[in-house]
Design a protein around this ligand. Sequence first.
Ligand code: GLC
Length: 431
Amino acid sequence: MATALVLDRSDIDRVAAEARRVLAANRRRGISEWDGRRYDFVCPSPTHYPFQWFWDSAFHAIALLHVDPELSKQELRCLMQGAQPDGFIPHMLLWEKGSHAHWLQDEYSIRLAHPFYTATIQPPVVARAVERIFDATRDEAFVREIVPPILRFFRWLRRVRDPDDDGLVAIIQPDESGLDASPKYDTAMGIPSDPPTATLPALRRSMQRLFRAYEGVSPERQPLLDVFLFEDVMMNGIYADGLRALARLCRAVGLPDGDEVERESRRTLAALMTKCWDQERGAFWDLSGVREERVPVLTFTSLFPLILSDLDEGIADRLVRDHLLNEREFWLPFPIPSVAADDPSFDPAWQTATTWRGPTWVNVNWYLYWGLREHGFADVAGELARRTVAMQARGGIREFYDPRTGAGEGATDFGWSCLVLDLIAAERMSP
Ligand code: GLC
């Protein structure tokens, strides 16, 4: 690892103050046209993302622990208004739909299940968020209130999104992992990575093709069409970690489901090992289609099982030493880039004008920070946290960053980049 970065006290304070400002400024409150429901949550970015997103809100809830834990609970209570009787929870709730028609019509490619929510999912970070809220507050009543709809969602994932019953859940369009335009989906989506200007139009066309295929087909049958089916390593890492968190929460408050969800968590990790782990390359690969073809495109996803506390130590060691700390791949001046720097699709300066093709994201750094600590790499974790703060001192609280320069890119005032507050607290950078 390169020499440790020394941070200026004033940089730390400025980044923390900016993060708190964003968490306050992005708050949206009111009564929705949707059944007169009350909403009160933090939107990802007032300029680009004015609605409530599933995994964003879970990250916001964790960042809000450093402002007021009551606001963390509020964030998740608002999110759970999307939970449906069959267990499904949508990835977007369109609270102020009437005021933001432009985004829905011209900018996003989304499928709706209802005028006020989407038909699609996002990674279930929410279980980890509840665990963190419980650790901070010991509020058992909150856990008993919020865990049942989350358990139902995990069961929905197993029932609807694991048709081959191997313990790995599938996404059926790229944005369901939250990694919209990651190059690992290019082959399945028919997207050229060159020239950069071709990527976005091709992605939009492919999304429309998928939407037409799913039209009128029940959620249970959609994965069986096999038009886009990814057993995504990051999604399943978050799923397995969520099941582990739920098991702990259930036991802590006397809910009877602990053993069942822990068994499921182990099954998912075992499947990641037998189906996705490549011993030769020392990396995990996503599986594409019912034929489960491995997709050997090196992105941060390949290292993501590091977040799992029961990952084998020898495997964790290889992920860190062979890849994370490799300066040709992921250990750039402002790590961790979303795509390895030596992959042909690496686009750190955002020339493709689309996401997850090279820049560094703070939610990824946050998850890997805790994974590194879990597996005995506290020094690497500390350095990653310091470089994240340094990056935000240069680039502001942005959606993502150029891993070579720390320049901010994408949306401004981006909610989950406020996870830096958790890194600052964990590293005791602030008094
Ligand atoms: C972008 C990201 C997605 C996120 C959304 C709202 O589409 O790729 O992961 O949930 O913005 O912030």
